[in-house]
Design a protein. Structure first.
Length: 267
């Protein structure tokens, strides 16, 4: 009662299933029991003594369809979808960081040039300063010293700013690599999920389904039976019967149709 079951193999029950939902990739076997107000999906068919009653809500049966495999595949596809969303998120974040790093390149280039030009100019000034000191040109040498000090301050400022930017660049590169690695993990996980999905599909194809319902005593009106090609809701009850989806030949100008057929059950 009130069961929610998803299994790959056959499900065997002795007495009663009430207010439950059971999905199996095998058969649902209950030859001596009763199904009441429940939904049963069984790839290899349903075998029960009684389905429904005068008082209970109609049952819903699905046969010949591997809903268990389909459910697992849907769940794996959802995981793949979430992984793709994460992957895209990681790659977008890495792209933004790379754009930010690229935007810093002009300033980095300019700062490096400031250092190079400043170093060269400082060397020239120092070469000019030496003769002036030797000849005692105090006023000229004082101006040169002030210019050299200002230039040195500018060089040091550029070096400090450049060091910060280069450190930031290194951290951005490391962060981008981490994000790209996470994106790669999502790709690898999705590849594994694809293999799992393929395995489930192959396993499902390896066993033949059976779109049939065996009723050993009675199946009540309004019971819903769905097969791979259609759905029927019983207008009247049936006793000691087998309800099976079969391909029925139509007129010569029409394709054969699939219909639920009721036949006697020899027990």
């Amino acid at each position: 009662q009130n069961a929610r079951i998803l299994v790959l193999g056959d499900v065997a029950v002795e007495k009663e299933v009430l207010d439950s939902e059971i999905v199996t990739s095998g058969a649902f076997l209950m030859p001596a029991g009763t199904i009441l107000n429940s939904r049963i999906s069984a790839k290899k068919g349903v075998d029960a003594a009684q389905i429904g009653s005068n008082e209970s809500k109609p049952c819903r049966l699905q046969v010949g369809i591997d809903e268990g495999a389909l459910t697992q595949i849907r769940e794996l596809e959802q995981r793949k979808k979430k992984n793709l969303e994460k992957r895209d998120k990681y790659m977008r974040a890495a792209g933004k960081l790379q754009d930010f790093a690229s935007a810093m390149l002009p300033e980095i280039t300019e700062l490096a040039q400031v250092q190079d030009r400043g170093t060269l100019r400082r060397k020239e000034l120092e070469e000019t300063l030496a003769p002036g000191q030797a000849e005692g040109r105090k006023e000229e040498t004082a101006k040169l010293r002030l210019e050299i000090e200002a230039l040195e301050e500018k060089i040091q400022g550029a070096a400090a700013r450049l060091e910060k930017l280069m450190d930031l660049q290194d951290r951005i590169v490391a962060k981008c690599e981490a994000l790209e690695n996470r994106a790669g993990e999502m790709d690898a996980e999705n590849q594994a999920l694809d293999e799992d999905i393929e395995g489930i599909e192959e396993w499902s194809r390896s066993s033949v389904g059976a779109a049939l319902v065996k009723v050993r005593r009675k199946i009540f009106p309004n019971t819903e039976i769905k097969g791979p090609h259609g759905l029927v809701r019983l207008r009247v009850g049936q006793e000691n019967c087998m309800i099976q989806e079969k391909r029925v030949a139509g007129p010569e100008d029409q394709e054969p149709a699939w219909k639920m057929r009721v036949s006697g059950l020899n027990i």
